[in-house]
Design a binder for this molecule. Structure first.
Ligand SMILES: *[C@@H]1O[C@H](CO)[C@@H](O)[C@H](O)[C@H]1NC(C)=O
Ligand SMILES: *[C@@H]1O[C@H](CO)[C@@H](O)[C@H](O)[C@H]1NC(C)=O
Ligand SMILES: *[C@@H]1O[C@H](CO)[C@@H](O)[C@H](O)[C@H]1NC(C)=O
Ligand SMILES: *[C@@H]1O[C@H](CO)[C@@H](O)[C@H](O)[C@H]1NC(C)=O
Ligand SMILES: *[C@@H]1O[C@H](CO)[C@@H](O)[C@H](O)[C@H]1NC(C)=O
Ligand SMILES: *[C@@H]1O[C@H](CO)[C@@H](O)[C@H](O)[C@H]1NC(C)=O
Ligand SMILES: *[C@@H]1O[C@H](CO)[C@@H](O)[C@H](O)[C@H]1NC(C)=O
Ligand SMILES: *[C@@H]1O[C@H](CO)[C@@H](O)[C@H](O)[C@H]1NC(C)=O
Ligand SMILES: *[C@@H]1O[C@H](CO)[C@@H](O)[C@H](O)[C@H]1NC(C)=O
Length: 637
């Protein structure tokens, strides 16, 4: 289906023209145009305004920061300084590179490229820091390129994260009546007839429309009255210059369409900027499409059809001389492997990323690129267009605790690295007595996770909606008291283990009773008697939030969060989450943030025939702290 659309639109485009891109100039801007699209780019700062497609102004008029497409640096580690630019022309394309050189040693380069047959712009951003005597600039934090229409255009009617998450934009009237319930999160149920409220939720936040790095395209849809429906999309055609692997999630769209190059959201790490740092993100493709009566799904599918690293590879090779750090095809190779897989594993993924670093921490090596592909059922792995270099291979899948890890995998330019006798032996500490949940880096299988909200026709996954909509105290009047064999993880185990609950929009007070201590009950047939019998409790988390939030800073009462686990009331084991491991997760509509795992071993003799209990406790009444389980298991040797 997407392929068909691709061909259909391409044919349509080719018929419409056969001429190069034009650049015209005024005192303040350059206008780039081809027969499909035109835009102005300001000479002073490189910001794009007045994008015209289908005779329609897609950004609306410039006002404040709105009505523009631009890159900014909210963490202020880089900034624009003394902007200069240079244009380039090829036989069927034109491009512009803006360069900002700061006397402290930082360089910013932003470039945009327009081909004659495409209704979209290719984007690259380079950041460099070269100063052997200057200070380290610290974590890069947030850098993003935005398509930021002026809301006053009223053109855009829907926001789209991916195939399963989209909604009408709340109306001006709904936003005028909003009540803040949390940072950047509002109750808008005062306008019950608003389309967003009817279809999606009484709550509204940019967080609900986040996605992980499996995202292929995200954007805005215009349900125009004249029937010529429009789409604007960030097509994520290349992911290798991002960090953190497939589960790293970030904001996608909230009326602005984001291309997030670096962030610290959800516990993600961003690179430490030291002398010699030099990286170029991209390409990503800012794409516009349309169709008479086309649905948002149709326009999304068309945009997604370009989300392929081989798409336009020859063109990128052609402009590589003008895009510092872009690695052309001649600098890339292929990785092929075959791995024997553990029984029962599902959705197996193989990733190449920073050598010596966990996939989720790949930003620890700021020069590393990342790649991943699904592994076939027979264990074969095939990853193409890999930048030549030395990588860690990680193979992981649903249902198996622990990953397969192999360092020092070398990929050479123009050749294929083959490793055919890999074997993934799953970790084990004896006989498994029970497990709760599926090890899959996510708390989705638990109550209020991937469960859908059937009271709204969009059926959003509950984890995406403001957590206060799922009242823990009402749902778990006796707290969490889970019995192996009879309890149900989708009903009796919540997606968030809170220290305290509330307050929320509907619950004015904070509840501390029956919230912070969770209990697991299980039967053991025969008490272990061997002296060397060892029990092992594995607790794996999909995310944890201490009072450090996303900052990594030692702040407020619980920057270090102790999780205490006790077997049959024996002295508890304490596992402490550090500020660096903390990230805002469930309260910002995430279900898979930063994987953390710990094992506690104890004498098997602590178990007894009959009923046993394990309790897991967070400090009581500790404000904004919580954890989200991935999976737990008990083994006995
Ligand atoms: C480029 O400029 C030429 C000469 O002004 C004009 O004939 C042509 O239509 C323009 N092409 C585009 C794509 O705007
Ligand atoms: C744009 O407007 C011009 C003049 O109003 C018209 O000739 C042309 O057909 C329109 N193009 C599209 C794509 O709607
Ligand atoms: C700004 O850039 C121009 C052109 O590269 C250069 O000549 C000039 O010295 C720069 N000014 C500052 C203050 O860096
Ligand atoms: C290095 O950084 C220091 C401190 O910001 C600055 O004074 C110096 O000029 C920089 N040197 C270079 C070569 O950019
Ligand atoms: C919502 O729509 C219904 C039916 O059209 C109408 O009766 C009601 O007054 C509307 N409510 C508000 C708050 O506008
Ligand atoms: C990424 O998000 C998608 C859509 O929300 C979900 O289906 C998928 O399981 C997630 N993948 C990872 C690796 O987190
Ligand atoms: C960044 O690197 C510098 C220089 O190696 C080091 O001193 C600093 O601690 C690092 N900062 C972080 C946050 O890792
Ligand atoms: C678009 O929808 C309108 C109204 O439903 C319908 O009359 C028209 O025939 C449709 N046009 C096309 C090209 O499908
Ligand atoms: C927890 O469940 C067990 C097993 O059903 C039961 O014996 C115990 O009373 C429950 N505890 C609480 C506090 O509800």
């Amino acid at each position: 289906m997407p392929r068909f659309l691709f061909r259909f639109l391409a044919t349509f485009a080719i018929l419409a023209l056969a001429q190069a891109v034009n650049i015209t100039e005024t005192a303040t801007f350059l206008t780039f145009s081809n027969p499909l699209v035109s835009f102005n780019i300001l000479k002073s700062n490189g910001y794009i305004q007045n994008v015209v497609y289908q005779n329609t102004s897609l950004l609306g008029t410039f006002s404040g920061n709105a009505g523009q497409t631009y890159t900014d640096f909210p963490s202020a580690v880089f900034s624009l300084f003394n902007t200069t630019y240079k244009t380039y022309m090829g036989s069927d394309w034109a491009g512009i590179v803006f360069t900002d050189i700061n006397p402290t040693g930082s360089t910013v380069q932003r470039s945009w490229w327009l081909r004659d047959e495409e209704s979209g712009l290719h984007s690259f951003v380079r950041l460099g820091y070269h100063n052997s005597t200057g200070p380290a600039l610290g974590p890069l934090g947030e850098v993003r390129t935005m398509f930021r229409p002026n809301p006053a255009t009223g053109l855009w009617t829907h926001l789209i994260t991916n195939r399963e998450q989209y909604a009408p934009l709340p109306s001006t009237a709904a936003l005028a009546a909003q009540v803040e319930v949390q940072d950047a999160t509002w109750y808008i149920g005062a306008t019950p007839n608003d389309s967003y409220v009817i279809e999606e939720s009484e709550y509204w936040s940019k967080y609900f429309f986040s996605d992980n790095q499996t995202n292929q395209a995200h954007g805005l849809y215009a349900d125009t009255p004249n029937g010529n429906k429009l789409g604007a999309w960030w097509v994520v055609n290349q992911k290798d210059t991002f960090f953190g692997g497939p589960s790293h999630f970030d904001l996608m769209v909230d009326g602005i369409i984001y291309n997030k190059l670096s962030t610290s959201h959800g516990g993600a790490s961003s690179p430490n900027i030291t002398d010699g740092f030099d990286r170029t993100w991209g390409p990503q493709f800012l794409y516009f499409n349309h169709g008479q009566n086309a649905s948002l799904q149709t326009l999304l599918a068309d945009a997604e059809s370009y989300a392929d690293p081989t798409w336009n590879a020859e063109f990128y090779d052609e402009i590589a001389p003008y895009v510092v750090n872009y690695v052309p095809t001649s600098g890339r190779g292929r990785f092929k492997g075959r791995i024997s897989l553990p029984d029962g594993v599902k959705n197996v993924v193989a990733a190449l990323s920073a050598n010596g670093w966990a996939l989720q921490d790949s930003a620890g090596d700021s020069s590393a690129y990342q790649y991943w592909e699904d592994v076939a059922a027979d264990g074969s792995i095939d990853i193409g267009r890999v930048k030549a270099g030395t990588y860690r291979l990680t193979v992981y899948g649903d249902g198996i605790f622990g990953d397969f890890i192999l360092d020092d995998v070398v990929v050479k330019p123009g050749s294929t690295t083959k490793l055919n006798d890999l074997s993934w032996v799953p970790e084990s500490a004896g006989v498994e007595l029970w497990r709760i949940g599926t090890p899959d880096r996510s708390a989705g299988e638990f109550r209020n996770g991937w469960e859908v909200d059937t009271t709204h026709p969009n059926h959003p996954h509950k984890y995406r909606i403001y957590w206060g909509a799922w009242d823990f105290v009402d749902q778990f009047p006796n707290g969490v008291n889970f019995t192996i064999g009879s309890s149900d993880i989708g009903k009796d185990w919540n997606y968030i283990h809170w220290s305290q609950f509330g307050k929320t929009y509907t619950r004015p007070g904070v509840v501390t009773e029956g919230v912070n201590i969770w209990q697991i009950n299980f039967d053991v047939d025969v008490a272990p008697t061997a002296d060397d019998s060892v029990g092992t409790l594995t607790i794996q988390l999909a995310g944890a939030t201490t009072t450090s939030g996303n900052t990594g800073a030692v702040q407020d009462a619980w920057p270090f969060l102790p999780i205490s686990s006790s077997v049959n009331n024996q002295a508890p084991f304490v596992w402490t989450i550090t500020p660096q491991e903390s990230g805002s997760c469930g309260v910002r509509s995430a279900i898979s943030c930063y994987l953390l795992s710990n094992k506690f071993s104890f004498p098997g003799s602590w178990l007894r025939a009959g009923t046993n209990t394990i309790t897991i406790s967070l400090p009581p009444a500790a404000a904004a702290v919580y954890i989200q389980y991935d999976a737990l298991r008990l083994e006995l040797s």
